[in-house]
Ligand binder design. Sequence first.
Ligand SMILES: [Cu+2]
Length: 117
Amino acid sequence: MKNKMMKMLAVGLMAVMISLSVNVADVAAHPKTVKVRVTKNGFSPATINVEKGHKLTLVFYRADNEGCGKEVVFPSLNIRKKLPLKKNVTVKITPTKAGEINFSCGMNMMKGTIIAE
Ligand SMILES: [Cu+2]
């Protein structure tokens, strides 16, 4: 009886370890970097499709001084970053579930969406 319990425990532990290592490898295997230009016309691209559970690096680049792209805001993630002119600004996120993550300029006029599937 005790032996059987130990075996079950060992098998369970192995299953957990295997699933953990698969997850880690998976995340490492599919990182994605997307460059987003910010101009007076808005974000380009404004829609970014990703796989949930994978690291996403957004590199914002404000190309001109017109319009209101001085900041980028991700309300649901509590992220707000200044976008200095002609500088790369990196935002790293990992969408954990399917759905949309919205971002916008500081005044919520220019809008973008990350769609995780
Ligand atoms: Cu604005």
